[in-house]
Design a protein around this ligand. Sequence first.
Ligand code: HAM
Length: 409
Amino acid sequence: MMTAVRGMRDFLPEDAWRLHRLEQAAREVFSRYGFHEIRTPLLEWSELFTRAVGETTDIVEKEMYTFPDRKGKSLSLRPEGTASVVRAFINHGQGQRLPWRVWYRGPMFRYERPQEGRSRQFHQIGCEEFGAAGPLADAQVIAMAMHFLAGIGLGNRLDLEINTLGCPDCRAPYRERLADKLRAHAAALCDNCQQRLARNPLRVLDCKIPGCRVVAERAPHAREHLCAACAEHFSGLEAYLGALDLAWRYNPLMVRGLDYYTRTVFEITTQELGAQNAVAAGGRYDGLVAAMGGRPTPAVGFAMGMERLMALVGTMAGGIAPPDFFLAAVGVEAQAPGLILAERLRAAGRVVEMSQEGGSMKNVMKQAGRSGAPVALILGPDEVAARQVMVKEMASGAQRSVAWDEMLT
Ligand code: HAM
């Protein structure tokens, strides 16, 4: 039996309905903040991600689905949305009025080890704002994420964690200092972190392995080594979050797995999903547009993992509704008029399911019962001859004849 690819799952109609409900809720909230939807391709030149996400990140080193196209050019399935949106901004957005605010949704692909809450195809809803340099934009984007999450009932089940990573000016000396400190405890670090020491020492800070955590907890924090402008940005953000009364926690060990961040980074986490505890994450990336060849433009954004949100939200009221009517057509002569009647009712906005061809009265009524429709419209040879339909209330069994024309008014 052929199965789905490991780490990729089907969204059966009930799941797709829930995903859609969440996307709809996001659309409504995000539009109140001036964000509009953008759709970018699922496939991009591999180089886009190598350059934007960072060559030494796990995503680029180990997790991309990369393959040559028929001309031998390297393509990758998108592992995240920010790089594509930055490309689209450079390609089309730079002439537009700033700030340029967009949101997106859709599948992302990472070749990670699948486990609860982590899959190889997963869905994100994300948003990116270009052109606002101050901490007000960070505060507003964070507030928007929290607003959406509160609206889907998760308000008090989540924690907001924030850190600052500084800018290239203050990060370079901090990185050196951090690497020196970590090197002094290199023997206590896991193999992976020993490698990171030379290439990406900041990543050691968020390693989950206990030995590394002990070392990380005693390491210097980026916040203590910020330049004046970055320090001012962070205290500005603190003031705005305070003004909004948003509860948050400073997490000096959060560095994020993507290299493009500057200054603010944040994660929204839950204690209910085990190891994969981040439901949303993002931050500022003021250098990325220029690094990708655009005019220097500050930017900030975040993305949420929809499968994790769906797991937290659980069952949702509503779901896929049964049809308004089940059109039970009995006998050959009833099929074409039944088809026409069903089409007309649908054109009038009603949800209609029609019986399978060739069923007896008993059989089509069984189908009607299974459909969950509250009302069956029965069309047998007598009804066709009289241009009528028998309207049967399924719960009470009460029925009455109604003329076709009347049915449609
Ligand atoms: P990220 O932290 O890599 O950031 O992913 C954002 C969210 O996507 C995570 O917090 C998690 O909920 C979900 N996620 C990530 N990987 C998986 C997976 N394998 N399975 C299930 N869910 C997953 C980004 O992608 C950045 N582009 C966010 C951003 C936007 N930063 C600025 N703008």
